[in-house]
Design a protein around this ligand. Sequence first.
Ligand code: G3P
Ligand code: CA
Length: 301
Amino acid sequence: MTKKFLLYSSPIVLMFMAVALFEPWIYRNLITSGEIDGRLKGEHFDIIAHKGASGVAPENTLAAFELALDMGVDMIELDVRNTHDEEIVVIHDETLDRTTDGTGIVHDYTLAEIKELDAGSWFGNAKYAGEKVPTLKEALDLINGRCQVLIEIKHMDHPHYHDFAEKLIDIIRQEKNGYDWIILQSEEVEYLEAAHEYDDHVKTKKLMIGEDSTPLLAFYIETKMHLGRAKEDDRMKALNPEFHTLSTRRVFRMHARGFQVYTYSPNEREEMIKMLHMGVDGIITDFPDRLVQIRRDIEAL
Ligand code: G3P
Ligand code: CA
């Protein structure tokens, strides 16, 4: 009897598992519209420039931030790392190679050495040649509350990142009304907890692992885990998942537990519109100008 039951039920169980795993694909490719329609009328969403307007200017430079401000974004996302002399610079990778003319690990260089580098020429547009790697302070001083800022704290597994969240908060405190417009986000919940322990005024968002870098199953488990702990920990006001991992149902479940959902980084108009139909609260994109246009098109409905 048990054998027969297993034999007949296993295809059904497998089918449910497949649907659960491929749910985001099914929603994105078979269910959700990539067209603007009346259902989006009146919907509020935040436009977040990923590493500044990084589709049209070299990422994480003052030029990319200024351009994003010109486009009228609500928020700028940027990434921070430590230099050898414990200064905080705005750069995505652990190494200098991809986005500067330098080579090697960021933390092996002092700020003065990093300031010698060209962080613009790699982008291939002569107008950005000679752009510098900015310090966090320079980036925040430039933005100066004209839009919100989402600071991503990169990987935890470096001894030199000790007290990193605390150092960021010290910089945030130097900005006028910094707590109102600067938010910390990280995949590493420990950083966010350390930030709250140091100063409970700081706003944080939990970045979720993405399907691009981890198996879908891992994302699924992490989603479950964080949805489960939402009640105990109300300080992480948003979950920021990679856009390939979302479905309308998942966004609904995150909302039901009191989280906002900011997704990264759809760059095509159709993909952005699909995310809006799924109900996300914000989109982190390399091409914020495209999202600004979508907002205008929705307003014109
Ligand atoms: O803000 C989320 C997003 O920036 C995370 O991915 O690799 O672009 O930093 P990454
Ligand atoms: Ca980032």
